[in-house]
Write a protein that binds this ligand. Structure first.
Ligand code: SF4
Ligand code: SF4
Length: 83
């Protein structure tokens, strides 16, 4: 996606169940030693499926609000990683 923004993953809440890895249609996430990580962040389409299906609520897809004709921006929730 434009700007390559990826969801935020709270590794403190994550139980390493692997659901996010299994459901990601873009195969952007793999299970690393410390938990899920973005192996291909540019492939993430920000579909929010991982956020919806994470049983621990450990994933957050914050969103950016852009006012038409205005360069001001605001974010809702924790910011995802930016690559
Ligand atoms: S679905 Fe949630 S709890 Fe499971 S591995 Fe992914 S982030 Fe962790
Ligand atoms: S938002 Fe969609 S494409 Fe991006 S990591 Fe989550 S499931 Fe994969």
């Amino acid at each position: 996606m434009a700007g390559c923004v990826v969801p935020y993953i709270d590794l403190e809440s994550c139980t390493r169940c692997g659901v996010c890895v299994d459901v990601c249609p873009a195969e952007a996430v793999v299970m690393g030693l410390a938990g899920p990580e973005f192996s291909d962040p540019e492939a993430c389409t920000y579909c929010t499926l991982c956020e919806t299906l994470c049983p621990e609520g450990a994933i957050a897809c914050g969103f950016v609000i852009v006012w038409e004709g205005d360069s001001r921006r605001g974010a809702d929730g924790p910011e995802g990683g930016v690559c």
